[in-house]
Design a protein around this ligand. Structure first.
Ligand SMILES: *Cc1c(COP(=O)(O)O)cnc(C)c1O
Length: 367
């Protein structure tokens, strides 16, 4: 008996290339798009190791946990790293980037996370890109949590290495990812003696053996199921319309924020200024005397399918994350999350107004 997941025809090079082209269209880019056969950390690490080395001075912007990891990789490559950390409840500004260049004109690489699902903030990439371009530095962007939730425009913003994954707002698989690579970034890699070659981390291998060869032969057996899932998820986004998908996320974020404020009980938006709040996920600060991870456990006990999580690491005490992305960018998921958090706060003896929270959530533009 044939099995729907197991007995598949091999994925052809032509089909693989067509999926890359579809992802390129989603990004509105004319740069080369390489689909990497692993979770987004693969191109995130491969792109840094490919372009950074002992001659690199990197400005590493830290607005959440991923920035820390990028700094570690950059240092490991031998780069001089200037960390620019901003509090996780805010976003970095173009002015701060400009000031860093003024202080360290030798900066020739900038790493930035667009939106942070883990902390709920999003950074003004278009404005930052202008500053980076003025100084001719290479611009590396982690857009895993922003793609599908808000515009990601590598060409318009001058991003040289733009990494995406499908598992967040795209509502797709986690096991494959993509990176768009500018000509400048390819040139840096080619000139970098430390860039991975003949390695799973190597983007240059894909350049030389796949892109430059006219995309005729794959380097190794592709992650077939994940590739098909990626194709299906891009197809679904095209069918719904990218604008509609992004609007759904924006609405989910606004509704969650407004609903949490209306709920009361001491729950507050974690990201202070709504302008800095990411459409992909909304983070909330719990009142004193409440432990966020316990509150989330109580809320999930009523409905384990709700997209609720406590913050990671030290944030587990103070932060609740509402991961209203992908299939959870819906009025139902937002309403359910607010109601369950309200009930959990009420159990702790805090005064909440669940009806007002649900009303606030319903006022969103849920098309
Ligand atoms: C989710 C995410 C990734 C991918 O990491 P996972 O641990 O696989 O979820 C990378 N960067 C950012 C900013 C993310 O939000």
């Amino acid at each position: 008996m044939t099995h729907p997941f197991l007995d598949l025809a091999p994925l052809s090079a032509a089909r693989f290339a067509a999926i890359e082209d579809r992802v390129a269209r989603l990004l509105g880019t004319r740069q080369d798009v390489v689909i990497m056969q692993g979770e987004a950390l693969l191109p995130l690490e491969g792109a840094i190791r490919g372009t950074a080395g002992p001659g690199t001075t990197a400005l590493n912007v830290i607005t959440g946990p991923y920035g820390q990891t990028f700094g570690d990789w950059l240092r490991d490559c031998g780069a001089t790293v200037i960390d620019l950390a901003v509090p996780f409840h805010t976003a970095v500004t173009a002015e701060q980037i400009r000031a860093a260049f003024a202080e360290h004109p030798e900066i020739d690489f900038v790493s930035l996370v667009h939106a942070e699902a883990a902390t709920g903030n999003t950074n003004p990439v278009a404005e930052i890109g202008e500053v980076v371009r003025e100084h001719g530095a290479l611009f590396y962007l982690d857009a895993v949590a922003s793609i599908g939730a808000e515009p990601v425009l590598p060409d318009a913003w001058g991003v040289d290495l733009c990494v995406i994954g499908a598992q967040k707002a795209m509502g797709g698989p986690a096991g494959v990812s993509a990176v768009s690579v500018s000509v400048r970034a390819w040139d840096r890699m080619a000139a970098n003696p430390g860039a991975p070659r003949r390695s799973y981390l190597s983007l240059l291998d894909w350049k030389e053996r796949w892109v430059d060869g006219g995309r005729k032969a794959l380097l190794h057996a592709p992650a077939q199921l994940e590739m098909l899932a990626l194709e299906a998820c891009v197809e679904r986004i095209e069918g719904d319309g990218l604008e509609t998908v992004m609007n759904r996320h924006r609405t989910a974020a606004r509704s969650t924020r407004a609903g949490a404020v209306a709920l009361g009980g001491g729950l507050e938006p974690y990201v202070s200024d709504e302008r800095d709040a990411a459409p992909v996920a909304t983070t909330l600060r719990v009142p004193a005397g409440v432990v966020a991870s316990e509150l989330v456990s109580r809320a999930l006990a009523s409905d384990p399918a709700l997209p609720l999580a406590a913050g990671g690491g030290a944030l587990a005490k103070e932060m609740v994350r509402v991961n209203h992305y992908g299939a959870d960018a819906t009025a139902g998921a937002v309403r359910g999350s607010l109601a369950a958090l309200g009930a959990a706060l009420a159990e702790k003896g805090l005064a909440v107004n669940v009806e007002a929270a649900l009303r606030a959530a319903d006022e969103g533009d849920w098309r």
